[in-house]
Design a protein around this ligand. Structure first.
Ligand code: CA
Length: 233
């Protein structure tokens, strides 16, 4: 089935290049040149993925991202130009799934788009009930309910993002096995060659703040210095 990508980018020539290249990759593309129109299209056209520029006239990319998230779990890739924008994508819980820094190669962009759509499709399939699958993982005071995408600590539900959940589930499925940050990017984020390993560190940090009694002395997600992370059985 043909997938639709919404490109929200105010620079006409960049918008044209993006839509043209993505059409060549086999996607249907729709585009907006400002945030307000972009938001409207995001909510009415039901795209499979959104490429969202940060600096936009009208509503900026941050606002558009937050507002789309109130209604939809569509994958959003932010197009960032500056280091401080990257920090903001990583640091704030805007609900963006990914970011890509300008200048980017079309090959890289296409790989990211593909990975994010694949992950989102896999998630939708995963939400269908799967018989004979391990439905929850219990460790200490933590319960990871795989079917309901829910984590509880001492019986209380923890507010967790999908990506944090996936990282936790991935690590907890193979306790004590150490994964490098690259391996985690590949398995949890779905990047084959690209991606910034800082993303993993930031997600681990956020996860620890939510599940650990003392995030500076973690009991569950342990850092193996110079190697990566593992889930402590
Ligand atoms: Ca712009």
């Amino acid at each position: 089935m043909e997938q639709t990508i919404l490109v929200i980018e105010d620079e006409q020539n960049i918008n044209d290049i993006l839509t043209f290249s993505l059409s060549k990759e086999g996607y249907r593309t729709i585009s907006a040149l400002d945030g307000t129109t972009g938001l409207e299209m995001a909510l009415t056209e039901n795209p499979d993925l959104i490429l969202l520029d940060v600096m936009l006239p009208g509503l900026d990319g941050w606002e558009v991202c937050k507002k789309v998230r109130e209604h939809s779990q569509v994958p959003i890739i932010m197009l960032t130009a500056r280091e401080d924008e990257i920090d903001k994508v990583l640091g704030l819980e805007l609900g963006a799934d990914d970011y890509i820094t300008k200048p980017y190669s079309m090959r890289e962009l296409a790989a990211r788009v593909k990975a994010n759509i694949r992950r989102s499709t896999a998630q939708q399939i995963a939400q269908e009930p799967e018989p004979a699958n391990q439905s929850s993982i219990v460790s200490g005071d933590l319960t990871i309910n795989v079917e309901r995408y829910e984590v509880t600590k001492n019986g209380e539900i923890i507010d967790i993002t999908l990506r944090e959940f996936e990282l936790l589930r991935f690590l907890a499925t193979q306790p004590d096995k150490i994964y490098s940050r690259e391996k985690l990017l590949e398995n949890v984020w779905g990047y084959e060659y690209y991606g910034d390993v800082r993303t993993v560190d930031v997600t681990v940090r956020r996860l620890r703040e939510k599940i650990e009694d003392d995030p500076s002395m973690p009991k569950y997600i342990i850092t193996k210095r110079g190697v990566g992370y593992y889930f402590n059985r």
